[in-house]
Design a protein around this ligand. Structure first.
Ligand code: PMP
Length: 293
């Protein structure tokens, strides 16, 4: 089945979809994006994603590409035209195409909007979650506005590749004080010996993950111990559990950091419990949750 991509007002076959060479996203990374989880053909937490998109646009002084209902229509229509039951939708807005200049275009050139959707095999994700993943720490070399979901992803791409080169599924980025900021494409968490969940405060040093938000809500609902503060690599190595959260991976238990085993070396009880709760809140059935290790 041919993939269909939405580009600036048109639904086009994958091979034909293209943008202008002077698109500011292409030349300057002058754009923002969102990735949403699709379950049973429906986009999960769509309002939350669109609110974060609006915030990213505002912070970069970019106008929304269209009104909210029209954007929702484009997203849903892209999901529908690609017949996605389970997968993800990708939305990208750039400042548009204009003669190359560092300053903003002087007149309104209209932003560029791209929307894609693709299927995921949730069984693979669940099998990985049942086993747990290994992660590698790397220095965080990014800019100071990591709260903006910018398409400028060079440091994350390099971190991700470094992790893969070590046989790891994700990189944990570390600030110059030795504290973990977040994963290359996920938020980082740990459970201490007191069963207290820790994750970094959602200030400008990390992305305000939508899945992070869902986990915070679940923790509050279950009445678990919770503290929003940065934790160091040493604390992570001594933790009972470590996990990362993201839209596509949901909640992924970490069993090894820099080649050193975390806890018992298998996904911990709290990680499994929280992942199940997230799956349930996204409307998944029990048979779609990960098997217990
Ligand atoms: N941090 C970074 C740097 C990311 O790229 C992502 C995934 N986009 C996340 C955190 C997780 O955010 P979310 O739960 O909204 O996918």
């Amino acid at each position: 089945m041919a993939r269909i991509i939405y580009v600036n007002g048109r639904y086009q076959p994958y091979a034909k979809a293209s943008i202008h060479v002077e698109d500011r996203g292409f030349q300057f990374s002058d754009g923002v994006y969102e990735v949403c989880f699709i379950h049973n053909g429906k986009i999960v937490d769509l309002t939350g994603h669109l609110e974060r998109l609006d915030r990213s646009l505002f912070e970069l002084r970019m106008a929304p590409p269209m009104k909210r209902p029209a954007l929702v229509h484009v997203l849903n229509e892209t999901v529908r035209r690609n017949h996605i039951r389970n997968g993800s939708a990708y939305l990208q807005v750039t400042r548009g195409a204009a003669r190359r200049a560092f300053t903003f275009p002087s007149k309104d050139i209209g932003s560029s909007l791209i929307c894609m959707a693709r299927p995921h095999d949730e069984r693979k994700n669940n099998a990985l979650a049942a086993k747990g993943i290994c992660v590698q720490t790397v220095p965080d070399i990014r800019w100071a506005r990591r709260d903006i979901k910018s398409i400028s992803l060079l440091p994350q791409m390099l971190a991700s590749q470094t992790a893969l080169d070590q046989g790891c599924a994700e990189a944990l980025m570390v600030d110059d004080k030795g504290f973990i900021t977040e994963g290359s494409h996920s938020n980082a968490w740990m459970v201490d010996k007191d069963n207290r969940l820790l994750t970094r405060r959602a200030d400008n040093s990390i992305l305000r993950g939508r899945t992070r938000q869902a986990v915070v809500a679940t923790i509050k609902k279950l009445g678990l111990k919770f503290e929003e503060r940065a934790f160091s690599v040493d604390e992570a190595l001594a933790a009972s559990e470590v996990f990362v959260t993201s839209t596509t991976a949901l909640l992924m238990p970490v069993i090894e950091v820099d080649g050193r085993q975390i806890g018992a070396g298998v996904p911990g009880d709290t990680s499994i419990k929280l992942r199940r709760q997230i799956c349930e809140s996204y409307g998944m059935q029990k048979n779609e949750w990960p098997a217990s290790p």
